[in-house]
Design a protein around this ligand. Structure first.
Ligand SMILES: O=P(O)(O)OC[C@H]1O[C@](O)(CO)[C@@H](O)[C@@H]1O
Length: 575
C-alpha cells in the first residue's frame, strides 16, 4: 500500500511542492496580518475554541490537506473504527474505545458509524457494576475492610496504558471543586514502576486495614504490575491474613483465568474490559473508571464519559473536515511532520492540573504511531515523519525551562491549552489582574512570540546595543494551535482526552499505519526475562567462598561487563 498510496495520492505530491515552493516563502507574521484568514482558521464546538491561525498554512494548504484526507479514505477509516471492524489488523481486533463512553441507547447515529450493540451492552453492564461497587466502598458501610473499617484509601497498580490515563484524570480533577468535595477524606495513589521505591512511595502513610488495592492489567501478565500486585498482596496478607484479600483487592482485566489464579474471585472482585480496548485507549473503561469512581464518585466520572462522547460524536458526524476539530488537529500533525519536517511537538496546557496530560498523550501518540512499517507490513508512506516525539509541561513552568529552545533553537510545533476560568481562582486586592489572568496572559503571549518573533530592525530601533542584536533576535515563524475551553471540569477532561486520542488515530489513518498495535515493546521484555533468569541463577550460586560467577557467554562483551560489575563492583575496578 505504502508506495502505491503515495503514488496515487496526488495531494501528497502537491503538498510537498506547496510546502517547498510556497509555504517556505511566507512568514507567520505576514499570515497573521490577514484578518480573513484568521477568522477562517478556527473551529468551535460549544464553549471549545480551536484556533489554528498560527499554523504555517494558507487556505490552499487547508484545501490540500482536506484532499489528502479524502484520498486516504479518512471518512471510511473512521466509519470502520466506529462500526467495530477489526482495523487493528495484526491482532485482528476492533478498536472501540469510543463505545466505552457512548450512551446505552445511542440510536441516532447513521448506520455507517453505528456502534455494535453487543459492545454497548457489555460496557453498560460493567459501568453499572462500577457504580454499585464504588458507591458501596465510598459509603464506608456496605463494603468495608476485613476488620470492618471503611476503605478510605485506594492504590491502583498498573503501568503504561493501565496507569498513565487514570493518573492524568486523577490529577486533572484533584482541584476541581465538585470532584475534590466528592473526594473528601479519601486518597488515591498509583503504583506503576517495578522500582521498589515506587512501592515505598505509594504506601507511605497508608494502612492495610483501610486500603483497597486495584490491580489493573489488560493481560494480567505484565511483569511489573504482577510483581507489584504480589508485593501488595503480601503487605495485606501479612497484616490481615489470607481471608482479607477478597475485601482488600480487586482486579480490572480481560484475563479472567489469570485474575482467578492470582487469588481474586472474578465473580466478586473483577471488572472486565475487552480486547477491543487498546491499553493506551482504556482510560474510559474500568481501567480508569474503577479507581477514579472510588475517588471522585461515579456521578463525576459519568460527566467525564459524557465529555469524551461529545467529541466522539463530533469526530464521527462532522464531515466538513474544516470544522472537525480532531481531524484538523491530525491534519496539522501530518502537515508539520511530513511536509514541514518537524519531528517533535509540545503539549503546553496552561493549567497545573494538567501536569500529567503530556505524559499520557506521549504514550497514546508514540506507542500508537511510532511504527517502522505500514499497516500491511510494507514500507512507510513517510519513513521520516511517522512517530513524532511528544513532550510537554504546564505553562508557565515550561517557559522557564525549554521554551528558550522553542523560541530561538529548533522549531517545535506546539499546542497551547487554556481555560477561561480557573478551577481554584485567587484574586488579591491591589493586584492589577487575578492570578488566573496572569497565567492566561502568558497563554496569549507565547504563541505570538513564537509566530511573530522580533526582527533586527525592531531591536535596533529600540536601541539594543549592536553586539546583542543577534542574541536578542527571535526568528518567529514557529507554528502552534490554541485550544481554549471554559473550565477544567470532568466534562472538559473527557473532551480533551478524546480530542487527542482521535488526533493520533487521524494521523495513523493518513500515514496508513496501524496505530493500535505495539510490537515494538516486546523485544525489551524478552531480553529482560533472559537477564532475570541469569540474575536468579547467579544469586543462587553466588557464595562468599565461590565468588561471583561470571556472565554466560551468550551476552555481548559490554553486557557481560556491566552484569559482572553489577554483581561485583570489584570486577570493574581498573577498567
Ligand atoms: O495492561 P497491561 O496488560 O498490564 O499492559 C500494560 C501496558 O504494557 C504495554 O503493552 C506495553 O508497554 C502497553 O501497551 C500497556 O498499556
Amino acid at each position: 500500500m505504502a508506495s502505491s498510496a503515495r503514488a496515487s495520492s496526488k495531494a501528497w505530491s502537491k503538498l510537498k511542492k506547496h510546502a517547498m515552493e510556497e509555504i517556505s516563502e511566507v512568514h507567520l507574521a505576514e499570515l497573521l496580518r490577514d484578518e480573513r484568514r484568521c477568522a477562517a482558521f478556527r473551529a468551535t464546538l460549544g464553549d471549545l475554541v480551536y484556533d489554528y491561525a498560527r499554523q504555517r498554512a494558507t487556505p490552499e494548504t487547508l484545501s490540500l490537506l482536506v484532499q489528502l484526507a479524502d484520498e486516504h479514505g479518512l471518512a471510511q477509516k473512521i466509519e470502520k473504527m466506529f462500526r467495530g471492524e477489526p482495523i487493528n489488523l495484526t491482532e485482528d481486533r476492533a478498536v472501540l474505545h469510543v463505545a466505552l463512553r457512548a450512551p446505552r441507547d445511542e440510536t441516532v447515529w447513521p448506520k455507517q458509524v453505528r456502534l455494535p450493540e453487543t459492545a454497548l451492552a457489555q460496557v453498560h453492564a460493567v459501568l453499572a457494576d462500577i457504580e454499585r461497587f464504588s458507591g458501596r466502598v465510598r459509603s464506608g458501610r456496605d463494603w468495608t475492610g476485613a476488620t470492618g473499617k471503611p476503605l478510605t484509601d485506594v492504590v491502583s497498580i498498573g503501568i503504561g496504558g493501565s496507569y498513565l490515563g487514570p493518573e492524568f484524570v486523577y490529577e486533572a480533577l484533584r482541584t476541581d471543586p465538585r470532584a475534590s468535595a466528592a473526594a473528601k477524606g479519601r486518597r488515591l495513589r498509583f503504583l506503576a514502576n517495578v522500582d521498589p521505591i515506587d512501592v515505598h512511595r505509594a504506601l507511605e502513610g497508608l494502612c492495610p486495614e483501610t486500603t483497597l488495592v486495584v490491580v489493573v492489567s489488560k493481560t494480567f501478565t505484565t511483569a511489573e504490575t504482577m510483581l507489584n500486585a504480589r508485593t501488595l498482596k503480601h503487605w495485606i496478607v501479612s497484616a490481615l491474613g489470607d481471608a482479607a484479600v477478597s475485601k482488600h483487592m480487586v482486579a480490572v482485566s480481560t484475563n479472567t483465568e489469570a485474575v482467578s489464579a492470582f487469588g481474586i474471585d472474578p465473580q466478586q472482585g473483577m471488572f472486565r474490559f475487552w480486547d477491543w480496548v487498546g491499553g493506551r485507549f482504556s482510560v474510559c473503561s474500568a481501567v480508569g473508571l474503577v479507581p477514579l469512581s472510588l475517588q471522585y464518585g461515579f456521578d463525576v466520572m459519568r460527566e467525564f464519559l459524557q465529555g469524551a462522547h461529545e467529541i466522539d460524536k463530533h469526530f464521527a458526524m462532522e464531515r466538513d473536515w474544516r470544522k472537525n476539530i480532531p481531524v484538523l488537529m491530525g491534519l496539522f500533525g501530518v502537515w508539520n511532520a511530513s511536509f514541514l519536517g518537524h519531528d517533535t511537538r509540545a503539549l503546553l496546557p496552561y493549567s497545573q492540573a494538567l501536569l500529567r496530560f503530556a505524559p499520557h498523550i506521549q504514550q497514546v501518540d508514540m506507542e500508537s504511531n511510532g511504527k517502522g512499517v505500514d499497516i500491511h507490513g510494507g514500507p512507510l508512506l513517510d519513513p521520516n515523519a511517522t512517530g513524532v516525539v511528544n513532550f510537554g509541561e504546564p505553562g508557565t513552568n515550561g517557559q522557564h525551562s525549554f521554551y528558550q529552545l522553542m523560541h530561538q533553537g529548533r522549531v517545535v510545533p506546539a499546542d497551547f491549552i487554556g481555560f477561561r476560568r480557573s478551577q481554584a481562582p485567587i484574586e488579591l486586592e491591589g493586584e492589577v489582574v487575578s492570578n488566573h489572568d496572569e497565567l492566561m496572559s502568558n497563554f496569549f503571549a507565547q504563541p505570538d512570540a513564537l509566530a511573530i518573533g522580533k526582527t533586527r530592525e525592531e531591536l535596533l530601533a529600540e536601541g539594543v546595543p549592536p553586539e546583542l542584536v543577534n542574541h536578542k533576535t527571535f526568528p518567529g515563524n514557529r507554528p502552534s494551535s490554541s485550544l481554549l475551553c471554559d473550565c477544567l471540569d470532568a466534562r472538559t477532561v473527557g473532551r480533551l482526552l478524546a480530542l487527542y486520542e482521535h488526533r493520533t488515530a487521524v494521523e495513523g489513518f493518513i500515514w496508513n499505519l496501524n496505530s493500535f498495535d505495539q510490537w515494538g515493546v516486546e523485544l525489551g521484555k524478552i531480553l529482560a526475562k533472559r537477564v532475570r533468569n541469569e540474575m536468579a541463577q547467579r544469586r543462587k550460586t553466588t557464595t562468599k567462598e565461590q565468588g561471583v560467577r561470571t556472565s554466560a557467554a551468550e551476552w555481548n562483551a559490554s553486557t557481560r561487563f556491566l552484569l559482572d560489575s553489577y554483581f561485583d563492583p570489584m570486577s570493574s575496578a581498573g577498567h
